[in-house]
Design a protein around this ligand. Structure first.
Ligand code: NAD
Length: 469
């Protein structure tokens, strides 16, 4: 089958490469000339495990090519996937102008029957609106199919090639079957291909992301309550997750979710509801709780440095005393009265940050918690040094010269008053605790992802605060 992909971003590149891998002829098109040049040399502008190797193989075998020429790819392909971005507008509603522009341009270049597939996440009703527009624009026959994507960055190839389900929405059963056929090699183990109306297909994408975001905000609220009542979220999470009705996925407390999908899609769904006269109250709160979770993390750090504990710790270290376990009691921390002005508590403090990407195994920093937390710390007068194994180039675009960039995890810790862990890369899982204590000025860790065993760190003479513990 001859396939075109319009938009060579995270979704477009992965979709095109996986379809090429199963023997299709794939033409990927993007307006970004630099990106296309890189891709044609086999260099991949994003970090996604396994992707570079798969692209090189398919480029070499001639099944995959990259171009900026839209007309050519439309003429060559029977099925055309649209995978351009749909960022939030100022009011939170998705901006679908790129999707519409691409569909109109594709239609102008069509010479015979084509199937147009919307892979981009678009508000419910978009496929039908676009179908109507294009029908007025051309006499060339076409069918429109909604085929939302569920891949996770960091495991995108695996997700695409072993999907839980494939969702296809179309008023044309023949077109839906043809698109479904492309997925046949990926669903041989029995994953269902669900064919339905386009509106339901579009809604499944938003509902899935809202549900997952909801679970994260839910467990964050429970973790926050644990901090105040002295319960341990690590036990609570296990007790909850082993209930088969609940399950354990997406029940990990932290500093809030980020990325290019959850924040935008949750906001998009709320705005969609408002547009049609219905306020989804529960979903509206999910984003609010998420934003608050990042702020709360900074508040906790402020609490520590404005309380007497920070000074007691310095004193204990100078006197070579063992650091008392109660220094790590978060329950106490929330109740402590500040001994100095809370807004000044982080002035000139050296803050080391491990992890910047919105999650491990990606360099994507779109709406990453680090982009909320780090500017907040800088505003409070902290000197921030960051390290991430893959996202430093992206980070430079976001933070410019407002932070120092370290060349390794321990370099970031030199002279630090505190380490904050924001992304749970494997690399950070088993650090050398003795070395950390040696190079840091104060051995204090705020673990935004609950990666470390609290008792191990305390035993090694570190002060430790996780989330909800
Ligand atoms: P992206 O920003 O990484 O890529 C979009 C690409 O489209 C860019 O390379 C851009 O240059 C290109 N583009 C923009 N306008 C164009 C035009 N007129 N013609 C050709 N190319 C054009 O976006 P993404 O993360 O791949 O997301 C694409 C869509 O898929 C979004 O709607 C998103 O919500 C959805 N989605 C994303 C993910 C994810 O994990 N990233 C997962 C599922 C669904």
């Amino acid at each position: 089958m001859s396939i075109a992909i319009i938009g060579a971003g995270y979704v477009g590149i992965v979709t095109g490469t996986c379809f090429a891998e199963t023997g299709n002829q794939v033409f990927c098109m993007d307006v970004d000339e630099d990106k296309i040049q890189l891709l044609n040399k086999g260099r991949v502008p994003i970090f996604e495990p396994g992707l570079t190797e798969m692209i090189s193989r398919n480029l070499k075998d001639g099944r995959l090519s990259f171009t900026t020429n839209l007309e050519k790819v439309v003429k060559n392909a029977r099925i055309i996937f649209v995978a351009v971005g749909t960022p939030s507008c100022a009011d939170g509603f998705p901006d679908i102008s790129s999707v519409i522009r691409v569909c109109e341009a594709v239609t102008s270049s069509m010479n015979e029957y084509k199937i147009l597939v919307l892979k981009s996440t678009v508000p419910v009703g978009t496929s039908e609106i676009i179908e109507g527009k294009l029908n007025r624009q051309t006499d060339v026959p076409f069918d429109l199919v909604s085929n939302p994507e569920f891949l996770k960055e960091g495991a995108a190839l695996e997700d695409f090639m072993k999907p839980d389900r494939v969702v296809i929405g179309s008023h044309s059963l023949a077109a839906a079957e043809e698109v479904g056929g492309l997925y046949a090699p990926f669903v041989m183990r029995g994953a269902p291909v669900l064919v339905m109306d386009p509106r339901s297909a579009e809604m499944i994408k938003y509902a899935s992301n809202a549900m997952l975001a909801c679970r994260i905000s839910f467990i964050n609220e429970i973790a926050n309550l644990c901090e105040h009542v002295g319960a341990d979220i690590q036990w609570v999470r296990k007790g909850l997750g082993t209930d088969r009705r609940i399950g354990s996925d997406f029940l990990y407390p932290g500093i809030g979710y980020g990325g290019s999908c959850f924040p935008k899609d949750v906001r998009g769904l709320v705005q969609l509801g408002r547009k049609v006269g219905y306020t989804p109250h529960l979903i509206s709160k999910v984003d609010e709780i998420n934003q608050a979770q990042s702020k709360r993390f900074v508040e906790k750090i402020l609490k520590f440095f404005s309380s007497g504990i920070a000074q007691d710790l310095e004193r204990a270290l100078k006197q070579g005393k063992k650091i008392p376990e109660h220094f790590s009691e978060v329950c106490d921390l929330w109740q402590l009265e500040p001994v100095k002005e809370i807004e000044l508590a982080l002035q000139n403090k050296n803050v080391a940050v491990w992890g910047l990407a919105f999650k491990p195994r990606t360099d994507d920093m779109r709406e990453a918690p680090s982009t909320r937390i780090i500017p907040n710390l800088i505003e409070l007068g902290a000197k921030v040094t960051v390290y991430d194994p893959e996202a430093l180039d992206e980070a430079r675009k976001v933070f410019g010269n407002t932070v120092e960039y370290a060349s390794g995890s321990y370099e970031a810790l030199q002279g630090a008053d505190v380490l904050i862990l924001l992304t749970e890369w494997n690399l950070f899982r088993h650090p050398e605790l003795d070395k950390m204590r040696e190079v840091m000025r104060l051995p204090v860790i705020f673990d935004g992802r609950n990666q470390y065993v609290r008792t191990d760190l305390i035993e090694k003479g570190l002060v430790y605060f996780g989330i909800g513990q």
